[in-house]
Design a protein around this ligand. Structure first.
Ligand SMILES: Cc1cc2nc3c(=O)[nH]c(=O)nc-3n(C[C@H](O)[C@H](O)[C@H](O)COP(=O)(O)OP(=O)(O)OC[C@H]3O[C@@H](n4cnc5c(N)ncnc54)[C@H](O)[C@@H]3O)c2cc1C
Length: 491
């Protein structure tokens, strides 16, 4: 971007904001903006025009109105733990950081509702609700850091979402400021809001429609009891079959997660969760609820897992052991981070029956690209998280990691899955949206964006590719070769 244009836009913006917020809430020096140049997908880095941290809706409105008047783009950031580059700054745009919206406004134990500002951490909601015996169910592994506003924007999930649902199933209402400065509220606290239900349209919209300022979430009673089975399998395929059999038996585990041998080894070296290092794959299969129901479910699940070929079953004997087993799975990302300077976490989904096939395909890709890949799965949902290890300081490895990741996404589509289960499209998968959706479908998505954000200033270069971008992506693919995976069935 032309530096004269940038500095003139910045001067105009600073002048417009000066009467409305303290200068300490605006960062415009390059060295101080560095910590904001990427989210957790560190492959993409970009300095913004400036970073603005409003403290309240009055300051937020001043910022959005000034940006609208000056035609300056805005990228919203919560805690920056996103894994698809959704909060990566755009060149010449403001990075709006919501971390000062950090107040828990009310925890209503009688009605099981919490009202919190968008920058509140996911885990802080459950901590505040604990005195009422309640908690907020969606539990991304990043929950000690990620914000509820980011969860809404990404429709985040977690290991217990198979039974308790994603963010969209647990948020009752949101308060949103549009680019015009207008405030709207979507959803409601009553069971059925009147009129068009726009809340599910907004949840998962990746910061492209409006800025969430306040969120009302559903709180649920903490289960009286929970146990988890740690099951070892001699092959990935037998573990995948066990997953399908548990679900086919009509059981809904509170969590059903899978790890391959490489991720188990990484986790054991990191925090000694008690995992079986001989197993080709591990399953964590949890039941929660009343103690007698849990006992019955654990017995039924154990039988199915044994019949599918489990070589070893360990049932947690107390709460400390249950948390230890889960701590391993929840630490898979930091454990992977110890093995290489960088990792690239993918997020495609596939039909559960194809878990074995995708892992075989990924093993072949490890050879093709010469990079190691660790695999953890929200197996019950068919949502995979392959983590490709690479060195970001080596341009050749970066390129190979990108191609490796792209090929996993293409395999997911070919197997009848999708390019993202919970991490969003962001910058990372924007090209692959062209493979998954037709021009008409993407046109409908742009029409929804235009209804909320007519000037198209919010996170404009993320999530939904333009026709032009898809044309570029198509040319790139023809250049790279044939349509990928001709031998896999298309759906
Ligand atoms: C170690 C690790 C583990 C993870 N585990 C999981 C997991 O188990 N499940 C899962 O789903 N994800 C997981 N994630 C991804 C990430 O934590 C989630 O996507 C999370 O919801 C992002 O929240 P955030 O506050 O960090 O948002 P950011 O990264 O700051 O932003 C994410 C997106 O939300 C938008 N946004 C943020 N705040 C607002 C707002 N107030 N209004 C409008 N738009 C906004 C941004 O523009 C961006 O598009 C993990 C990440 C890491 C690093």
């Amino acid at each position: 971007m032309n530096t004269d244009v940038t500095s003139s836009a910045l001067s105009s913006l600073l002048r417009a904001l000066a009467p409305h917020m303290p200068s300490a809430n605006i960062i415009s020096q390059n060295d101080r903006m560095r910590p904001f140049e990427a989210d957790a997908l560190t492959m993409f880095k970009q300095l913004p025009l400036c970073v603005v941290l409003p403290e309240n809706e009055t300051q937020l409105k001043a910022l959005l109105c000034a940006c609208s008047a000056l035609n300056i783009g805005v990228v919203t950031r919560g805690a920056g733990t996103g894994l698809s580059g959704g909060a990566t700054p755009s060149a010449g745009a403001v990075l709006l950081v919501m971390s000062k919206f950090n107040c828990i406004i009310e925890v209503d134990g009688d009605n099981g509702v919490a009202c919190v500002q968008a920058g509140v951490r996911n885990a802080a909601i459950s901590e505040a609700a604990a005195v009422h015996g309640l908690y907020y169910a969606p539990d991304p592994s990043s929950q000690i850091a990620c914000s509820i506003g980011g969860n809404v924007a990404e429709n985040s999930g977690g290991v217990h979402c198979l039974k308790y649902g994603l963010t969209v199933h647990n948020v009752l209402k949101v308060r949103v400021m549009l680019m015009s400065g207008e405030v709207i509220e979507l959803g409601g606290l009553a069971p059925d809001a009147v009129g068009l239900d726009l809340l599910p349209v907004f949840i998962g919209s990746e910061g492209m429609l409006g800025v969430v300022t306040t969120v009302w979430v559903k709180l649920v009673p903490k289960p009286r009891h929970a146990e988890v089975i740690l099951a070892s399998f001699p092959t990935v395929q037998s573990a995948a079959d066990a997953v399908a059999n548990v679900i086919a038996a009509g059981l809904i585990p509170a969590g059903l997660e899978m790890m391959d041998a490489a991720s188990t080894a990484a986790v054991e070296a990191y925090l000694h969760a008690g995992y079986d290092l001989e197993a080709a794959a591990l399953l964590l299969c949890e039941s929660d609820g009343e103690p007698d129901v849990v006992a019955q479910e654990i017995a039924a699940m154990s039988q199915i897992l044994r019949e599918a070929g489990a070589t070893r079953l360990q049932v947690s004997q107390n709460e400390a052991e249950r948390l230890k087993f889960w701590a391993g799975r929840k630490s898979a990302f930091p454990a992977a981070a110890r093995l290489a300077p960088d990792y690239y976490c993918m997020d495609g989904t596939i039909p559960r029956k194809s878990l074995g096939r995708i892992l075989t395909a990924i093993a072949a890709m490890e050879q093709e690209f010469g990079l190691q890949c660790l695999n953890v799965f929200h197996a019950g949902d068919g949502n995979m998280h392959p983590m490709i290890l690479f060195n970001g300081a080596d341009p050749d490895e970066v390129e190979r990691a990108e191609h490796f990741g792209a090929k996993i996404l293409e395999a997911s589509i070919a197997l009848g899955g999708t390019i993202t289960g919970e991490h969003g499209v962001g910058l990372e998968k924007i090209g692959h949206m062209c493979m998954q959706f037709t021009d008409e479908e993407r046109g409908a998505m742009w029409a929804v964006k235009a209804a909320f954000d007519p000037p198209g200033l919010l996170n404009a270069d993320k999530a939904i590719p333009t026709l032009h971008r898809c044309a570029e992506f198509g040319r790139m693919h023809v250049h790279h070769g044939e349509m990928p995976f001709p031998d896999l069935p298309r759906f």
